[in-house]
Design a protein around this ligand. Structure first.
Ligand code: G6P
Length: 612
């Protein structure tokens, strides 16, 4: 998704801006650009494709400057071309923008009537012209931006500079993330703090509606025209630990980090085989009054929610619904009293999930309903964590690969901890069951480590996939969402068309697709559904389908003609979805590598989807 980096300093910052953009590359983008103010001119370079192309252009043009803005663009309005890449310029104003200006067409019509000429198809360009126009009535860049902001509808973040203001960077946060990186005698902005970590660990997190003016020495934040105080927060050094190390791709590194990530996530909540007394203690009263749960999420996080639904209902007898945020937010769902709303999100910034949360809060308040909101999130400083009553962090560390892996399995671990906690508060789970599940949770990192030992066998299976165009993933119970997740992973990074199905649905449609050319991946832990799943496997084989089975080592399922089996170490049925995530991640990873795709930044996708 689009990324913003900007800064005002005494030194040349072109290389800092480029480095910042490189650190945002993982989010997904299709073009990049940079503008610097130097000697009363705006110096700009833009390139389609990788930041490296832009870097080369900046070096060749010898662009330098101590005030500048830079951007990676993920096309929403207009194709990924150089003209559509940011920054956009009008007169002496340059602008970078994340998000969407919804009323841009009306604004564009008005500006064209005033004689402004548009050189791009973007919504962003209206902002540059509007600021330029507002400067006719005020010499102050800040005042001009303050005049423009109320005219813009939508969710956006902006960085704005002007040749007559060589020590001034104006920034706006209105529905799209933006942080200020506080330096010594220099200050920076970015849509993601990760971009600024080489320069500072001190950040100001802007809030929705904030307009800020940065100079080398000062940072002023305004809300409705009034100066406000936003605290500077110092970031833990471990957050910055994001490099590929010995691994070929971030995704592979992140797959291998799962034992540790899960251990970290559960350690915050557990003391031996019990939940810590202080774990979510501040939420106990809310948990006591809830009667049902509504989970809202997107993508892989939605699959984590689907698994939690099984757990909530089976383990602690609490009704649970789960829905994709982009649907939930627009279908006017009934807000029910005494409901716990859980947003699951790796980034905590996903536009649809945030909008669904905000809408739910607003509608509950309007009806004076008692609801409680909670974020399960990997980013402590994210909007979602800040805007919910309670939060539970997944301690996975930064996840860079677009395809989510360790964020997903830590979400599952966190959800299980939450369920145990709610079950205890509501006394709807036996203490013995809590103790058993906690013992299994502690054991999970080891089982994952042992599962990772099967990597060579999974690589071997993936070689049989390279030429395939379609694939089915089947599972039952909590393995149904893992089937969906396996299919999502495979299509995201290898571009093979894949479908996940509940194996019981096979006869209701997908069986018609099965032939010699259709690989079918089966998830077969040792649980109550194993015999039924074996019947489903027979149905596939009888139609000439080729089976790729991840099966419990004690399942009795063996390799035979057109049936390839990788045995997975035994794990309790309840936690099996965490462990069975690993082979489907590895399978997709290897297939993608063999097909030569861009594993960490697959085409057309973004890590953090901060626009609708
Ligand atoms: C994007 C990412 C997915 C992620 C989804 C939801 O589509 O590519 O990996 O699952 O967004 O993101 P979130 O940050 O809310 O978990």
């Amino acid at each position: 998704m689009c990324g913003i980096v900007g800064g005002v300093a005494e030194r040349n910052i072109s290389n800092i801006l480029i480095e910042g953009l490189k650190r945002l590359e993982y989010r997904g983008y299709d073009s990049a650009g940079l503008a610097l103010i130097n000697g009363g001119h705006v110096l700009r370079e833009r390139r389609v494709g990788k930041v490296a192309n832009l870097e080369q252009a900046v070096i060749e043009a010898e662009l330098t400057g101590s005030l500048g803005i830079a951007h990676t663009r993920w096309a929403t309005h207009g194709k990924p071309t150089e003209n559509n890449a940011h920054p956009h310029i009008s007169g002496n104003v340059a602008v970078v923008h994340n998000g969407i200006i919804e009323n841009f067409q009306e604004l564009k019509d008005d500006l064209e009537a005033l004689g402004y000429v548009f050189t791009s198809q973007t919504d962003t360009e209206v902002v540059a012209h509007l600021v330029n126009d507002a400067l006719k009535s005020t010499p102050s860049l800040l005042e001009a931006v303050k005049q423009v902001v109320p005219q813009l509808k939508g969710a956006y973040a902006l960085g704005i500079i002007h040749t007559d203001h060589p020590d001034e960077l104006i920034t706006v946060r209105e529905g799209s993330p933006l942080v200020i990186g506080v330096g010594i005698g220099e200050n920076f902005i970015s849509s993601d703090q990760l971009a600024l970590l080489p320069i500072t660990n001190r950040f100001i997190y802007l809030e929705e509606g904030d307009i800020a003016r940065l100079t080398r020495e000062t940072i002023e934040v305004f809300v409705d025209g009034q100066l406000v105080n936003r605290p500077v927060k110092e970031l833990d050094a471990t957050v910055s630990n994001a490099s590929k190390g010995e691994y070929k791709h971030y995704m592979l590194k992140e797959i291998y980090e799962q034992p540790e990530a899960i251990q970290q996530t559960i350690s915050q909540a557990l003391n031996g085989n019990a939940l810590r007394e202080d774990f979510l203690a501040q939420a106990e009263q809310d948990f006591a009054s809830i009667q049902q749960v509504q989970i809202i999420a997107c993508g892989t996080s939605y699959h984590a929610g689907m698994i939690a639904k099984y757990w909530f209902e089976q383990l602690i007898d609490v009704p649970c619904q789960v829905e994709i945020a982009s649907e939930y937010r627009y279908r006017t769902p009934v807000i029910v009293n005494n409901t716990l709303y859980i947003c699951i999100s790796q980034s905590g910034e996903t536009a649809d999930t945030l909008a669904a949360l905000r809408d739910t809060q607003k509608r509950a308040a309007a009806k004076a309903l008692n609801i409680c909101t909670m974020a399960i999130c990997n980013v402590a400083t994210s909007s979602m964590v800040r805007e919910t009553h309670h939060s539970l962090l997944t301690l996975a560390g930064p996840e860079i690969g677009v395809a989510s892996t360790k964020a997903f399995t830590t979400q599952l671990a966190a959800l299980m901890l939450l369920i145990l906690k709610i079950g205890q508060v509501k006394q709807s789970i036996a203490e013995k069951t809590v103790t058993e599940i906690i013992a299994e949770l502690w054991h999970t990192p080891k089982v994952i480590l042992d599962t990772l030992q099967h990597n060579p066998a999974i690589l071997h299976l993936s070689e049989l996939f390279v030429e395939k165009n379609h694939c089915l993933f089947l599972g039952r119970g909590t393995q149904f969402p893992i089937a969906l997740e396996g299919a999502l992973k495979l299509k995201e990074i290898s571009y093979i068309h894949a479908e996940g199905y509940a194996a019981g649905e096979l006869k209701h449609g997908p069986l018609a697709l099965v032939d010699n050319e259709m690989p079918v991946v089966i998830l077969a832990p040792k649980d109550d559904m194993l015999d039924k799943l074996k019947s489903n496997m027979e149905e596939v084989q009888a139609r000439g389908g080729e089976l790729f089975v991840f099966a419990d080592e004690h399942s009795g399922i063996k390799t035979k003609e057109r049936q390839h089996v990788v045995h997975i170490p035994s794990i309790s049925a309840v936690l099996a979805p965490i462990v069975y995530s690993i082979p489907v991640q590895l399978l997709s990873y290897h297939v993608a590598v063999l097909r030569g795709t861009d594993v960490d930044q697959p085409r057309n996708l973004a890590k953090s989807v901060t626009v609708e």
